[in-house]
Design a protein around this ligand. Structure first.
Ligand SMILES: C[S@@+](CC[C@H](N)C(=O)[O-])C[C@H]1O[C@@H](n2cnc3c(N)ncnc32)[C@H](O)[C@@H]1O
Length: 283
């Protein structure tokens, strides 16, 4: 069997003639059932991506491996996930990359965890609900394989009560009250490390930004991502009538310089080192 052929245990998407997608884990002896009959998994195992198979009642299904975005939209969820439209920008804003040590809280269904793990990050997750932690681990292992769990440790604990890790590169928060984690992030992050918060409400953002300022984080930035699809059919070329108008705000900032060990204040020299302008600094 070549690596392009589909194997037992793999995740696949079956696309019907109306481009509806069905997520299936290929398992010997199982069948995929729909209103148009069924296809045995045995017929799909050994097929190639892009092959079209017919159900017992003649409906055609094209088989593809799911992208991460497709998996996130179809995977089992406990908590509400961050959607791919926000996950993409988060990876750039928080500058995720291989080997970075990340504290993520909470982990929810593991959607954002998966994207960060795929960038090569090493994640410690703080999550208060055991069933969500289990769900996140299962989703991560299902899409990225069990091997990635070496870089994904979830602790059942409240992020507002403290962060035990030190010299973290990133703290990524999707919590109802992210400002309560800011004092802990300020000591757990290395100088220059980044903190990022995802919040549905601007009131949450304001409290988060105030806490960042109070704890000497620098270079704060808040954005929202609007993603409008287009309808392109013959002469009808226009934006889609409907769009997801709002999901959440993304706020990023950097851990400021260490205090000068002699004066215990942030000196102009230290600010210069980080390229930070004076007017951005809290008093
Ligand atoms: C919206 S979900 C996170 C979704 C996740 N970002 C994803 O993409 O799948 C928020 C999570 O934070 C957890 N949570 C809430 N308060 C918490 C706290 N104080 N400490 C740790 N986890 C917390 C919730 O149990 C929930 O699982």
């Amino acid at each position: 069997m070549t690596s392009h052929q589909l194997a037992a245990g793999e995740l696949v998407l079956l696309l019907d003639s109306k481009a509806r997608r069905y997520l299936v884990t290929l398992t010997e002896g199982k069948e995929f059932h729909s209103h148009s009959g069924y296809i045995t998994h045995a017929e799909i195992i050994g097929a190639y991506e892009g092959d079209t198979l017919r159900s017992t009642r003649g409906a055609s299904y094209t088989v593809m491996r799911p992208t991460l975005s497709e998996f996130i939209l179809k995977m089992p969820r406990g908590a509400q996930v961050i959607y791919p439209k926000d996950i993409g920008p988060i990876l750039m804003m928080a500058d995720l990359g291989p080997g970075l040590r990340v504290l993520e809280s909470g982990v929810g269904s593991g959607a954002l965890s998966m994207a960060m793990l795929r960038c090569g990050a090493e994640i410690v997750g703080y999550e208060i609900r055991e069933e969500f932690a289990d769900r996140a681990r299962e989703n991560v292992a299902k899409f990225l394989g069990e091997g990635v769990l070496d870089r994904y440790r979830i602790e059942l604990r409240d992020c507002y009560e403290g962060i035990d890790e030190h010299d973290l590169d990133r703290v990524i928060l999707d919590l109802p009250e992210p400002w309560k984690a800011v004092p802990h992030a300020a000591t757990a992050l290395r100088p220059g490390g980044l903190i990022l918060g995802y919040s549905p409400s601007i009131v949450q953002v304001i409290q988060f930004r105030n806490a960042l300022k109070a704890h000497r984080f620098v270079l704060p930035e808040t954005i929202e991502v609007l993603n409008r699809g287009w309808y392109l059919e013959g002469a009808a070329v226009r934006p889609d009538h409907r769009m997801v108008a709002h999901t959440g705000f993304l706020t990023v900032a950097r851990r400021g310089p260490r205090l000068d060990p002699l004066t215990e204040v942030v000196t102009d020299e230290l600010l210069d080192l980080l390229g930070v302008q004076d007017e951005e600094q809290p008093s």
